[in-house]
Design a protein around this ligand. Sequence first.
Ligand code: TXA
Ligand code: MG
Length: 316
Amino acid sequence: MIVKADKAAIEQAAQIIRAGGLAAFPTETVYGLGADAARGRAVARIFEAKGRPRFNPLIVHVADLEAALGLAVFCEEALALARHFWPGPLSLVLPLPAHPRFQISELVTAGLGAVAIRVPAHPVARELLITARVPIAAPSANKSGRMSPTQAEHVEADFGREVDMILDGGPSDAGLESTIVTLTPRPTLLRPGAIAREDIETVLGCRLMNFRKGKVQSPGQLLSHYAPRASLRLDAVEALPGEALLGFGPLAPETALNLSPTADLRQAAANLFSYLRALDALEPSAIAVMPIPEVGLGEAINDRLRRASAPRKPQT
Ligand code: TXA
Ligand code: MG
């Protein structure tokens, strides 16, 4: 059920989560599917609803740095990043303390010794976290392997009544998931996202290493992910007969659905998933995608497009 995210609705969503239910809510990146991070059974429902493998851990959302400090061990670099980017689209993967002040379910971390934490900036997400007064585990609110939702209607299309409530806060600003960084053993980019690598490197004063396969389990790192039903053809100049064209920049043909006619990467990121959904609905033979520069947010956009175009495993 989609409900406009006013104060009463947020209150209700907080109650649902505190009672062990599932509520979808808007963040500045994409919509999340939230449950009380301390309740194993509620977290298990997230995995069931998404059809997500249990070995893939979830991000824990908290209201502020103070709350985050009770969940993980922050090194100096982690503190610097948190102070600079929170609230905002940065997730930090940090070691679990030996004696945590607050116990989260092992399902959330998939038994890894580290937890991913983020403090979202969206006013509805913030209000929900403050009202619920518990850390909220929330993956993107889509079926496993499919495109992330940037509107309440996308969540409803994937889950219908499988979730107890969908808070509608309008379209997500960023349209791309959070950037995920870990600092141990070295500062490493685990997933490019809504904050460009360069901006994080500036705050750290060093380069981020690239994630190497096999080290951390992450569905966002699985090769086929974020996928529409139609196959994708990347670096296209034009559409072949039967194809739909996803354009970028001033040179794209009029017939394309253009991610950003002015070649603005922020705008392209915000439009990416909803435009892919729109073209997918036309049931083309394939979606042809024009090239997007690999700088700034372009790194995350291209990451999602490459995964969406990768060979598929059978859908779960
Ligand atoms: O913007 C976002 O991050 C959205 C909104 C809802 O906050 N959430 C999101 O969650 O994208 P999800 O579950 O779709 O992607 C989370 C990624 C996955 O690739 C997961 O494997 C990784 O974070 N992750 C979570 N916990 C981790 C951990 N302890 N160690 C390594 N990777 C982790
Ligand atoms: Mg996801």
